[in-house]
Write a protein that binds this ligand. Structure first.
Ligand SMILES: *Cc1c(COP(=O)(O)O)cnc(C)c1O
Length: 402
């Protein structure tokens, strides 16, 4: 491809696909009948929310599923459901987004940060060294990168540490054929606009543990209406927890569920579209001097809804020059090395409600992580152009610095 050095990209990095027509029709139907609350059902109607839970559980292969108000709410509910409370320590990734340590803080617990490797996954050596400090690991599959989940589960099982998976970026991903969210005790997903299904806000929680499921359902605000769920344990399980589980309302409503059900049917096809775009970007960036691509392991099935690369050991001014030059050509890159939190991007040292922690090896990697969203509104040609622009600007700065 020959390009003018000044060619600009004019697409919008935050513009997602429209909601499918079938989903719009389903949402209009819910508004017409007016029964938006999930427990407001006519006759033997199942309700959109209960059906979504049943369909999502089947799709991911879980026994139980609960739909809630957001991904962050699902994470906090998961912590409560396994008994995390004030003063407890919870292991989590140093490289993640603010809702993850925020969920830990929301139950009065303290995050203990575990480092990140050059593969952008949790550092299993660092995890092993810290396992004795906590009973729970909230594992964030940040930006869709899965660590060796078999090894992680062996380590955590041996130490008696319960794993909660944050699958906000891995809905549709798998390790060694096992879906992300199905390795730990609980898997949590987000249906916020920038994730893999879009209801504006929304979250899903899955588990095979009957008691955890019953507690999560009651926590979400089921009152004593839990028998209206279709992906829930038997009533006797609720009998054991119903007096001791507080109602902390965070239900999903039928309108959002109606929008999500048709998207779930399309999800596998959407994943394929994301990965086509990811591959064009990856190939376009390959062998750029100074730029390190993140290798994807054979065992990982991923969803390329975003792409990361490293400008490892670059001077901050040089990284900033790349960001500015790409931005001038319409390519929006995010940098995890920035000193101040910006937009959605922040670093563990910005979460000052957590005890101060130092992870020098992770700081080196975070300082080099560049991140870019890949919305499905980009064509394959768009992705090729974006890769050309990044390649040209990284090369220009790299050569200037050499
Ligand atoms: C978006 C996100 C969440 C939380 O999802 P919300 O639905 O926005 O609350 C959790 N973890 C990560 C890594 C996310 O990107």
């Amino acid at each position: 491809m020959t390009l003018l050095m000044t060619e600009r990209f004019t697409g919008n990095f935050t513009q997602q696909d429209p909601i499918p027509e079938e989903a719009i029709a389903a949402a209009v139907e819910v508004m017409r009948h007016g029964r938006l609350h999930r427990y407001n059902l006519a006759g033997d109607e199942a309700g959109e929310t209960a059906l979504l839970e049943q369909e999502f559980a089947a799709w991911v292969g879980a026994k139980y599923c609960l739909a809630v108000a957001s991904g962050g709410y699902a994470l906090a509910t998961a912590l409560r459901a396994v008994g995390v409370g004030p003063g407890d320590k919870v292991l989590t990734n140093a490289f993640t987004l603010a809702p993850v340590p925020g969920a830990i803080a929301s139950v009065g617990a303290e995050p203990v940060f575990v480092g990140v490797t050059e593969a952008l996954t949790i550092d299993l050596e660092d995890l092993e060294a810290k396992l004795a400090q906590a009973k729970v690991l909230m594992l964030s599959h940040m930006r869709g990168h899965l660590c060796d989940m078999d090894r992680l589960m062996r380590l955590c099982d041996a130490a008696g540490v319960t794993v909660i998976e944050d699958c906000a970026h891995t809905m549709g991903a798998a390790w060694n054929g096992v879906a992300s969210g199905r390795h730990g005790r609980i898997g949590c997903y987000s249906c916020q606009t920038y994730k893999h299904m879009n209801s504006g806000e929304g979250g899903l929680l899955i588990t095979d543990d009957a008691e955890v499921a019953a507690r999560a359902i009651m926590l979400s605000g089921s009152y004593m209406l839990y028998s209206r769920h279709l992906a829930a344990p038997a009533p006797e399980v609720f009998e054991r927890v119903k007096y001791e589980t507080p109602n902390i309302s965070g239900r999903m409503d039928n309108l959002r569920a109606a929008i999500l059900r048709p998207q779930l049917r399309d999800l596998d096809a959407q994943v394929a579209r994301w990965n086509e775009r990811y591959h064009v970007l990856e190939e376009g960036l390959r062998d750029t001097p100074g730029l390190t691509l993140v290798a994807r392991p054979e065992a990982e099935r991923y969803v390329g809804s975003s792409i990361q690369f490293l400008l490892l050991d670059w001077a901050p001014e040089a990284v900033q020059a790349v960001l500015a030059r790409c931005a001038a050509r319409g390519v929006e890159l995010k940098w995890f090395g920035g000193a101040e939190p910006v937009a959605f991007t922040s670093r563990y040292d910005s979460w000052r409600y957590a005890p101060e922690q130092h992870l020098p090896e992770s700081d080196r990697i975070l300082a080099g992580i560049i991140d870019m969203r890949v919305p499905l509104t980009f064509s394959l040609e768009d992705c090729a152009l974006i890769a050309c622009i990044i390649r040209a600007e990284v090369s220009a700065v790299w050569q200037g610095a050499a």
